[in-house]
Design a binder for this molecule. Structure first.
Ligand SMILES: Nc1ncnc2c1ncn2[C@@H]1O[C@H](COP(=O)(O)OP(=O)(O)OP(=O)(O)O)[C@@H](O)[C@H]1O
Ligand SMILES: [Mg+2]
Length: 251
């Protein structure tokens, strides 16, 4: 598999904290990978750095052969690296359908390069229907977003991300705050979407059932440093990872 995203020597300080410590990672195309580590390890900061939300002190981010290190988030989104944003992206007063349709319309209009384009409206509608079906929210398309369960709200957020036709999907704690049955549903859904859309999926997660259940590669950040990367079996037995994060209970 070829490399789609290459992180070279990425470095960031916040005041006295070395929050990203010379991190090197090669993400392969169509890899399903997890980033784990203790609270404050620098996981979200890593996403902020690679998606253009904050600038690194040093190092580079190469996406599909192109240096995007200091590019703006909008440009990175256009290139196909999309981040799911939990509730921040959702219009709570609008229906499930309108949330997905509006995102879809914005995407197709941008691509059509015209403010009003008949074809864009049709394409956006078809695309919104397709995404809602695929993600399992079509049955509740008329429900107001604010009335969704926490789990379905997260799924709606992922639906919005999918309308932008990602090549790389970044998810920051997709199962945070979910009940166990919602977590299992999310796990199956992410796996299915990953396969169906041939995504490269990178998720940050504290739920170890999910991490060890679906990730092909697990990377461990501790105090900004990548201390280990490898298969679930390799990570499960990694002494430094057990000591710094996993503890004995997941063995
Ligand atoms: N914009 C910022 N300015 C200053 N410090 C920050 C900023 N963002 C994060 N930090 C600090 O950087 C460190 C890493 O934070 P980050 O949010 O990346 O951790 P995390 O691994 O995502 O943790 P969690 O698992 O709790 O979500 C923390 O000490 C945090 O307080
Ligand atoms: Mg975080």
């Amino acid at each position: 598999m070829s490399v789609i995203l290459e992180i070279k020597n990425l470095d960031k300080h916040f005041g006295g904290i070395h929050v990203t410590n010379h991190v090197n990672i090669s993400f392969k195309k169509h890899e399903m990978s997890a980033i784990i580590g203790p609270n404050g390890a620098g996981k979200t900061t890593f996403f902020n750095l690679i998606s253009g939300f904050i600038a690194p002190d040093g190092g580079s981010v190469i996406y599909d052969g192109q240096d995007i290190t200091r590019d703006r988030p909008e440009k990175i989104v256009k290139l196909g690296m999309i981040r799911a944003f939990q509730v921040a992206n959702v219009f709570l007063e609008e229906s499930v359908y309108d949330n997905v349709y509006l995102a879809s319309l914005a995407h197709f209009k941008k691509n059509a390069k015209m403010l009003v384009n008949r074809k864009a409206f049709g394409d956006a509608k078809e695309h919104a229907d397709f995404i809602l079906n695929k993600i399992g929210l079509f049955y509740c398309r008329d429900v107001k977003a604010s009335e969704l369960s926490h789990g379905d709200m997260k799924i709606l957020d992922i639906a919005i991300a999918l309308t932008l036709q990602p090549k790389i999907l970044l998810l920051d704690e997709p199962t945070a705050g979910m009940a166990p049955d919602e977590r299992i549903k999310m796990m199956a859904l992410l796996k299915e979407l990953h396969e169906f859309f041939q995504l490269t999926t990178i998720f940050i997660e504290h739920d170890m059932d999910m991490v060890f259940g679906i990730a092909e590669i697990i990377r461990v950040l501790v105090q900004g440093e990548l201390i280990a990367e490898g298969s679930p079996d390799y990570i499960r037995q990694h002494e430094r990872v057990i000591e710094a994060y996993l503890g004995k209970e997941v063995l």
